[in-house]
Design a protein around this ligand. Structure first.
Ligand SMILES: *Cc1c(COP(=O)(O)O)cnc(C)c1O
Length: 374
């Protein structure tokens, strides 16, 4: 606290991200980063941008990142998405910050699950948005009918974080139709890791295969905004690129806020790298499949160690051991050089969220847990 702080700053409770340890040797399974490197085309594109002694760095980047919007629209051309329906930002966290101000700040409180991405209440604090939480059901699943109340908007991750549970697109479409007066924001940070089947926690059903992204619904629902990041499935957490897809009126609201905040949120290297990443479908598919396969193997291994493991459609699993305190387990893992995420929050303080690493990292985790539990 300081006499120089604004009234707003005094009131803030900032988000605390997972630890980014300075020690190089740790098995880092705490912030859902991708264990594989990005597409080699990303590295080449960034190198090109740095050619001739970095001449181009003298110049401001494209404030609208048009090349990137076009690359994203091209990736979702199958759903009829155009560049006017795409907004890009410096990580999806920045996109989300603008979403709260541009689309979720209204008279009525917004709704999100009681167990969810803990940045949402932080944005509410920053932008002075009223909110109410809606409890997940006993299977840690979102129940659409529980959202049937007046609201200023709805936001949730799908798959949800930190549970990994996925809601089928039919359920999202029902929600969109029931709340035509509000914007519904689906934060799909983990959508690319959905399996083919068996990845719903609750009984809400639905077994569409292949695409799980609500981007498929954008052209039918003007109140839908879908937010994606390149941090997880494109292995680019360090480059800071995220985007939103929705009706062009929603995108215009975001552009208005962005252009009142920072004209150049994406630097030249980020634009070049992100364009290359969106175009490399083969690398995306290979790494994504490897992670899904490792996730299912890790899930079996932990079930064999008597853990309860929620079915996950993400690049992490959410687990608890019926006989061991989650905080103690996290500390014991840490002393063996393995870090996982433990949230000291109601309903989930006996759970651990474990990012899917390489098979080698997963094997080290299982071995350490076996020792700890012995
Ligand atoms: C990781 C994550 C983000 C943030 O991603 P960045 O693009 O790295 O800012 C947003 N939402 C959820 C649910 C996440 O887990």
């Amino acid at each position: 606290m300081s006499q120089y702080w604004s009234f707003l700053v005094n009131r803030l409770t900032p988000y605390v991200p997972g630890e980014q340890p300075k020690l190089p040797k740790l098995v880092k399974l705490n912030t859902n980063e991708n264990p594989y490197p990005p597409s080699p085309h990303v590295v080449a594109a960034i190198a090109d941008e740095l050619a001739d002694g970095g001449q181009l760095l003298r110049l401001y980047p494209d404030p609208n990142a048009d090349r990137l919007k076009e690359a994203i629209a091209a990736r979702y051309a199958g759903f009829g998405i155009t560049a006017q329906q795409v907004f890009v930002g410096n990580g999806s966290d920045e996109v989300l910050a603008h979403v709260f101000m541009a689309l979720l700040k209204h008279e009525r409180p917004i709704l999100f699950p009681d167990i969810t991405y803990s940045f949402y209440p932080v944005y509410c604090g920053l932008h002075d948005v009223a909110w109410e939480t809606v409890p997940l059901d006993e299977h840690f699943q979102i129940r659409i009918d529980d959202y049937a109340r007046p609201n200023g908007g709805i936001i949730f991750p799908n798959p949800n974080a930190p549970t990994g549970c996925r809601l089928p697109l039919e359920a999202i479409e029902r929600l969109l139709m029931a709340h035509g007066q509000s914007v519904v924001v689906v934060d799909e940070a983990y959508v690319d890791f959905g399996g083919e089947a068996g990845d719903e926690c609750g009984a809400e059903g639905g077994n569409e295969s292949g695409n799980h992204s609500a981007i498929a619904l954008v052209n039918r629902h003007p109140n839908l905004l879908v937010v994606h990041t390149l941090s997880k499935s494109r292995s680019l957490a360090g480059l800071r690129v995220g985007y939103a897809v929705g009706d062009s009126d929603l995108i215009e609201a975001l552009e208005r806020v962005k252009n009142s905040f920072n004209s150049y949120p994406l630097d030249r290297l980020a634009i070049a790298g992100a364009v290359a990443a969106m175009a490399d479908e083969e690398h995306f598919e290979t790494t994504r499949q490897a992670i899904i396969k490792s996730r299912e193997a890790l899930r079996s291994a932990l079930l064999a160690l008597a853990f309860e493991v929620l079915p996950s459609a993400a690049n992490f699993i959410f687990v608890r051991h019926p006989q061991r305190d989650a905080g103690d387990l996290a500390a014991a893992l840490r002393s063996r050089g393995i870090i996982v995420r433990h949230f000291r929050l109601p309903r989930i303080d006996q759970h651990l969220r474990i990012t899917i690493g390489t098979d080698e990292q997963c094997a080290l985790l299982v071995e350490a847990l076996r020792e700890i539990l012995a």
